[in-house]
Design a protein around this ligand. Structure first.
Ligand code: PLP
Length: 411
């Protein structure tokens, strides 16, 4: 769509490739972008199209489809109406030309890395990136001759030193999880441009509400849509957003790898996205208020949250982000692992679970949830102390969350 919304017949062709130019700001895009104005059966909402395959009227229609590269359904692995709607919506929210959705965030990053890296190529990570992404490279892409370098998060000089003639991709998350380090996207993208290397930001924690990496010149944005984009702790999905040219081969490979979503899952994601801006406003508000409460609590040793002036990345975060999200990491003062676990167990609102970004607040002790069988020296190296708690604020009432943490910390 190129003009203001109208109730006339849609000129949209339901393809997955045309950039969405629907006019409006974030919440308008979240509600309307990517959708045909007038839908089949006149349904206001997108019908869930449960088709594994798409039929052709006759042989000539098949030939036209192939010759003219017509945009229409062929076979489910190559795209589907529910997928096109979600992809256009995500591209619009991120301000990118094109989005590709996958069955999970990991399927998305694997899909991108497989498409972009060949034997002999090198990739450089900031070491606070999602550990499964790094593990895919070090344990698996290494079997195909791809070399992975990991440098300390936010050490731009170390990243530049790690770049060689075979380097194809620089990867970071921002903010990182669970340390909430904030990466300077201008510097990060600048490194890529200077050396002719593509850059990828996993912006799952930030979301397009808080951060727009493409505007800083980053080439690819990755999301685990399982988190804030879906937003209801009821689905897994992933997405990559970038230029159509750079994503062409990525999309083709996805058609071979096959990590696609069911129509039902895509509908859930589309529905979740409708309230994206509303939810993010509350996640941000809860994150900021709870972080401030914790920072002033006598039983709390330290709080990691980019919205706090004490956070080393605060000034940078203020410059490049609109808000700071719902994820907070904090350390309980003078607590061993058991006393820390007691705080977690006393929480009555937040549920004990991994993940983040859904309407329900989730709480966990990284030592137990993610590093239980990791040797103590390695935990030290990764910066995971026994008294660390990760709290993913949902959209519950702000004061209720604070009151509940107050009682949990009081013991
Ligand atoms: C959860 C997560 C992923 C992986 O996404 P899945 O949807 O679980 O596959 C990747 N990066 C970050 C930052 C995440 O939080």
């Amino acid at each position: 769509m190129t003009s203001a919304p109208s109730n006339g017949p849609s000129d949209s062709d339901s393809s997955g490739t045309a950039p969405c130019t629907f006019p409006g700001n974030l919440s308008t895009l979240a509600v309307h972008a990517g959708e045909d104005r007038q839908k089949p059966t006149h349904s206001l909402t997108d019908p869930i199209v449960c088709a594994s395959t798409y039929s052709f009227a006759n042989t000539q229609a098949v030939i036209d489809y192939i010759r003219n590269k017509e945009r229409r359904g062929e076979y489910g692995r190559y795209g589907s109406p529910n997928e096109w709607a979600v992809e256009k919506k995500l591209a619009a929210l991120e301000g990118g030309e094109e989005a590709i959705v996958y069955a999970s965030g990991m399927a998305a990053i694997v899909g991108l890395l497989m498409a972009k890296l060949s034997a002999g190529d090198e990739v450089v990570f900031f070491d606070e990136c999602y550990h499964r992404s790094r593990e895919f490279c070090t344990k698996h892409l290494s079997r195909y001759g791809v070399v992975t370098h990991q440098v300390r998060a936010c050490d731009y000089d170390a990243m530049e030193r790690a770049i060689g003639p075979k380097t194809k991709l620089l990867v970071s998350e921002s903010p990182t999880n669970p340390h909430l380090s904030v990466v300077d996207l201008e510097r990060f993208a600048g490194l890529g441009r200077k050396h002719g290397v593509d850059t990828l930001i996993d912006a799952t924690l930030a979301t397009p509400y808080n951060l727009r990496p493409l505007a800083f010149g980053v080439d690819y944005v990755l999301h685990s849509a399982t988190k804030y984009l879906g937003g209801h702790n009821d689905l897994l999905a992933g997405a990559i957003i970038g230029s159509a040219a750079k994503l062409q081969e990525v999309r083709k490979l996805r058609g071979i790898l096959g990590g696609i979503n069911s129509a039902h899952n895509l509908y859930l994601l589309e529905r979740g996205l409708k309230t994206f801006e509303l939810r993010m406003e509350r996640h941000n508000r809860n994150g900021q208020a709870v972080a401030e409460f914790l920072a002033n609590h006598p039983r709390v040793e330290k709080v990691l949250y980019p919205g706090l002036p004490t956070h080393p990345g605060h000034e940078l975060a203020k410059r490049q982000m609109r808000g700071f999200g719902g994820l907070i990491t904090f350390m309980v003062k003078d607590a061993d692992w058991r006393a820390t676990a007691d705080v977690v167990d006393r929480a009555r609102i937040a549920r004990i679970a991994p993940s983040l970004g859904g309407v329900e607040s989730l709480i966990e002790q990284p030592l137990v949830m993610s590093y239980f069988e990791v040797p103590v020296e390695d935990r030290k190296r990764f910066g995971i102390p026994d008294n660390m708690i990760r709290l993913a604020c949902g959209i519950e009432d702000t004061q209720d969350l604070i009151d509940d943490l107050a009682q949990a910390l009081q013991g």
